[in-house]
Write a new protein. Sequence first.
Lengths: 147, 419
Amino acid sequence: MAHLRDLPLVDASVPDSATVGEAAARLFEAQVPAIAVVTDDGRLTGIVSELDLLRAVFPGYLAELRHTAFLEDDPDALGERARAVRDRAVSELARKVEALDGDESETHAAERLLHTGEQALPVTEDGRFLGMLSIAALCHSRLDRVD
Amino acid sequence: VAALAVLVFVAALVLIAVEWVHRTKVALAGAAVMVLLGVLEQDAAIEAVDWATLGLLAGMMIIVGLTEPTGVFTFLALRVAQLSRGNPIALVFLLAGVTGVLSAFLDNLTAILLVVPITLVIADLLRVSPIPLVLVEIMASNIGGTATLIGDPPNIMIGTARPELSFVDFIVNLAPVAVFTLVIVSAGLALAFRSQLRIDPERAREIATLDAARDLREADKVWRTLAVLLGTIAAFFLHTLLHLEPAVVALTGATVMLLVAADDVEHALERVEWATLFFFVGLFVMVGGLEQQGVVEDVAGWLADVTGGSSTAEGLVVLWGAAAGSAAVDNIPFTAAMIPVVDTLQGDEFDDGLWWALALGACFGGNATMIAAAANVAATGILDRNGHPISFVRFLAVGVPVTLVSLVIATGYLLLFQL
């Protein structure tokens, strides 16, 4: 039986002193739907997902609307907003989530991913961040090990 | 036991007003306590629930819930903003007008949920603060909702509690005063907010170029849902002639809407706000407890003593009392408690003037504070989530003057035409 620590976890994290701009760059490079925010000694403080970033970079009212086809890009407003968001501390955006333990099963991880609605969850051991487990990594690893 | 009933009801009102616990939990807990402690019998508790009100609310929730995804309301709100051509006074009047009309024929909370998000976009595009515009819409939603039987929960409760009052009666007796009040209030607010709504003509031109119709996808579905919505509203006008209760009209409209516009019934029924319906269930049971213990009769008797039995004085006390009560707590529980009081007060002789006084007081009173009406709570919540928090006091600074002006107009109207 594989434990989560044996799966292809992605070491995708930023220090809690990083900016939102740095976190966005890390998210893009790491190719995972969420990255961890950790302290200097590697302890998890929260995660930032692609959706969190989307909400921060674009106007908040988009979440209240269902019909926006009439909207055209407003470069000035978008630029102003992006500038303000880019230099914010990532810790302001980070959300606390219940981390998975390296010792836990794939089935439990699948259930947690289903019910939290997260696309990726952090895996920790003794409070220390091991890596992010994405839905794609979990399923790919499972399918890959079939005879 | 009567004291216990009053204690539970007052405690529930306070908890609803301070919002420590969700209002539905408070109402259901209050109802459970009353039944478990024997304030009213189990059978009486079930009988106390006004199922017609719940049916009317649920039906309208389904109808609006299935119309909204077609984009027709976004189209309407955006076209209205475009019509203002960047003139702040025109913008205030047009947004107040569209919110008032949507409130009257959908309901005020729905109207707010439809127009406030699009207002945030309009304000963003025009580079003005959305707060004045949303405040105008809140006031307009409560005033516009006063105009019809389905426009505001207090009216829905009054209309279903007194079958003598038809949809047309509400329009004939309340719409003129609501429209007049809306015009006066909009003018006052446009004047008050003029300095905060200075619009750059360049921004106004940009808004004018947006294609509002781009969101009207699935034209066939738009027409089908609009036909059902307008058909339902027409049936409300004719419900007395058709010998149909408003709840039957709403539920029939909802059923037709499900047949013609819902691809997935489960998903369509998710639009029903169950928390609101259960809130009403809890309230009806608590008010049933007050009635059973004779509290309602005592309050009505006290009101009759205070007013010396004069129907004019009774009407004015009901108007101003309902407004004050609604402002302090929430106009839904307050109206639920006042309906049996007014019923007792009028005695055997039906007096519609008292009911119009209650409707005007509860609906207009809904503008006074942030918690006085569900529409206010929803709108200020949307503002808050989008980085435009509005304090209780700032709301009062607009809500109280608007309520006072509205009540003065309502007083004049009642004295001249009703009492």
